[in-house]
Write a protein of this length. Sequence first.
Length: 319
Amino acid sequence: MRTFKLFTLLILGLLIFGSASFFAYELFIKPNRAEKKEKAAEAAAPKGTPTPDPGAQDLQRLKGLQGSGKTAEARDGLKAWIAAHPQSPLLKEAHKQLGSCNMTLLFQPADNPSLITYTVLKGDSLAKIAGKHQSNAELIQKANALPNINLQIGQQLVVPSLKPSLELDRQTKTLTLLDNGTYVKEYTLLSAPAAPKTPSNTASKVLDKVATAGSKRVAFGDKAYAQSDRIIILTGSPAIVGYSVPTPATVPTPRPSTSPAVTNASGTNAAATNAVTNAPAVAAPTTTPAPMPGGYVLTTEDLLEIFPLVSRNTPVIIH
C-alpha cells in the first residue's frame, strides 16, 4: 500500500513539473530561439543596394556647368536644387558648390550687376574710390588683382559694392557670409567658444581689421602686408582669427641598392648615391605645431578670403 502511494505521488509530481517545463519551453525558450534564428537569417541575408539620391545626377550636372565656365547658370541651378532637396544628404555638398559659384561671381562684371566699372582720375587712390562707392580699398585691389596700391590715370577698375554680414554658429562651428542678407558662402570653424546651453542670438559688429607682422601692426599697402597675419576684431566677443594647419614634411628614405658597387672618380659609391637620390619620400618627424588660438578660428586661407570682404561696422550675428 505504501509503495502504491509513493508511486502515485511520483506520477503526480512528474505531471505537475512536466507540464510546468512544457509551458516554460513554449512561453520562453522556444520564442527566444526563434527570434535568434530570425536575426541570424537577417544578418546573413545579402544587403540590398541603397536607393540613390534622386538629386545626385542633377547635382553632378550643375557641377559640370561650373567647370565649363557657366558659373551664373550653375549658381541659379544650385539655388533651385537646394530649395527642391531640403532633406538631401548631399545638401552640404550643394551649399559648398554654391559658395564657390558665388565667390567667383562677386568679381565678374558680366554676371554681377552690383559691380561698377570705374576710370581712374588724377588724384585717385583705392581708398578714395572705395569711399565714393561704399566699397573698401582692399576689396577693390582683390577684384582687380592689383599687385600694389599704385594706380594709373585712365586705368579701368571694377568696384564691388557689397552689403556684407556674418553669422557665427557656435553649435555647428560654422561662419556664414551673406550679402544684403543673401547666402554667399559657409566656412567651417576649426574652433569656437563653447555654445550656450540655452540658444541665443547676440548682435555684434566688426570693430576693426588688424594686420600684423611679428609684434608690429601693418597698414594696407605696406610691402609686408601680403605676408601679414590677419585678425577681425568683434565688439563684445572673441575675435575671428586664422590658423595654419600643419602638414607633415617629407624626406627621402635610402633603399638598399641592388646594383654592384661602382666607385666614381671622386671615390663615392655611385649606386648608393643614386639609391638615396631616387628614394621615395616618406613623412619626416614633425615639430610640435603651434597651439590652436582662442576665439573663432578659421583656416588661414579662409580668413584671407573673408578679410577684404568685410569692413568696420559689418554686422555680425552670433548664435
